[in-house]
Design a protein around this ligand. Structure first.
Ligand SMILES: Cc1ncc(COP(=O)(O)O)c(C=O)c1O
Length: 425
């Protein structure tokens, strides 16, 4: 253990990590697709550092924007005050969100963006004088780690100690392509109760559940039923936003537009903590009053931090370039071709992609789950080859930033094929 690791172990408690586990690797710098350890070893970041990094690490344009903003205005309270970076960012973000999204509420991470969406939806019905309480969600979902976001997510390993404190949610099964009618029937029953206030979903890809993918068609059908019954549709685009699924937002795939959208992760290019919950004017209008009882009493100290907004503006400009769009298209194409190549491989239960996201479910003697112990072997295999892939149990996923060249993508694909071959011997 190095001296930095020693000090880390003495003082720091790391997220999503058994505390008795191995000491974390110290990263001193990062450039493009690489993380650099304290002894200068290069590691390819194949998971975009928890899915946030979209333009590569330490991007000079984002770094410059942060530096400039820090010298001008580092922070100001966002109640009663505003600032140019937030105003500018609001125009840009609204220009790419689904067309019915009209107002933005800032917070600082994915969980809080989800929490805000939930509270907005519940208070919307309260303010209208027709309180509806039940949320409908899809089994297996992950929406974050606050109590509201845990409540609408999967009940299991992550949430077990808190289960008595989570609010009740109506869950429909995950649409796996074989159960459409069952899901439609269950969803319709939940909606018919008249007490459903919102339908919460990760559009097309359930990330933490193992990059589980479902079709825009079934989502369109569910959204139609929800809309007909005035149940608000809330798209959690925290992971899927900013090009991950091939389009800027996954909400562009289904036929209907969501009523609220939660975004974070790629918003700042993965540089600063920032998130946004957007909503329609209809939702905003239910709060449009001087009455305190109709006010949305929610906010965080760092709401709309100007430096974070400046990094989001720089990231937005990069995302809009023809070069970045063509990288997204090219990465999506490479992932798709790789899926076609591996389809039917006897070592795999499944292989799938959606846009830039690739996932492979490795066959093992135990069932597919986050707890599947193959994850330790997979992690080590790739780290030994200088590639960071942090499997979800026996599911390997590869989530490159758009800084990956075709050659970089190929080198990770080659390592994945090597791993599959190693399973045969
Ligand atoms: C779909 C989705 N929603 C919400 C979150 C929570 O985001 P954060 O970790 O920034 O709180 C995540 C995190 O992975 C996510 O994937």
């Amino acid at each position: 253990m190095t001296s930095l690791q020693n000090e880390d172990q003495k003082n720091i408690w790391h997220p999503f990590s058994p505390v008795a586990g191995e000491a974390p690797i110290v990263i001193k710098s990062a450039q493009g697709i690489h993380l650099l350890t304290e002894d200068g070893t290069k590691i390819i970041d194949g998971i975009s550092s928890w899915w946030v990094n979209i333009h590569g690490h330490s991007h000079p344009a984002i770094a410059e924007a942060i530096y400039k903003q820090a010298k001008e205005l580092e922070h100001v309270i966002f109640a009663g005050f505003t600032h140019p970076p937030a105003i500018e960012l609001s125009k840009k973000v609204l220009s790419i969100l689904p067309g019915n999204q009209k107002k933005l509420f800032f917070s600082d991470n994915g969980s809080t963006a989800v929490e805000v969406a939930l509270k907005m939806a519940i208070q919307y019905w309260h303010n209208k004088g027709t309180p509806k309480k039940k949320v409908i969600a899809i089994e297996g979902a992950y929406h974050g780690d606050t109590f509201g976001s845990m409540s609408v997510g999967d009940r299991g390993l992550f949430t077990d100690p808190f289960k008595d404190h989570l609010f009740e949610v109506d869950f429909i099964p995950f649409p796996d392509g074989t159960n459409d009618q069952l899901i439609i029937d269950q969803f319709s029953d939940f909606v018919k109760s008249g007490n459903a206030c919102a339908f919460f979903y990760e559009p097309l890809v359930q990330g933490a559940a193992g990059m589980r993918m479902y079709s825009p068609e079934i989502l369109s059908r569910l959204m139609k039923i929800a809309k007909d019954a005035e149940v608000l549709c809330i798209a959690d685009e925290v992971f899927t936003g900013f090009g991950r699924t091939g389009k800027i937002f996954a909400s562009e795939y289904p036929e209907h537009q969501p009523d609220l959208v939660a975004i974070s992760k790629g918003l700042t290019g993965g540089t600063m903590a920032l998130s946004i919950t957007s909503c329609t004017s209809e939702i905003f209008d239910a709060f449009n009053s001087n009455e305190l009882s109709k006010t949305f009493f929610h906010g965080h100290s760092f709401t709309a931090n100007p430096i974070a907004c400046a990094s989001a503006l720089a990231s937005f400009d990069l995302l809009m370039t023809a070069e970045c769009r063509s990288r997204i298209a090219s990465i999506s194409e490479s992932q798709k071709k790789f899926v076609d190549k591996l389809k039917g491989n006897p070592m795999l239960n499944d292989v799938r992609s959606r846009g830039t996201i690739l996932a492979l479910e490795i066959k093992t003697s135990s069932s597919t789950s986050y707890g599947n112990s193959l994850k330790y072997e997979i992690y080590k295999f790739f780290m030994d080859r200088g590639i960071l892939l942090r499997p979800l149990g026996n599911i390997i996923y590869f989530l490159p930033s758009y800084a990956f060249t075709d050659d970089d993508i190929r080198s990770v694909h080659t390592a994945i094929e090597e791993f599959i071959r190693s399973r045969r011997s």
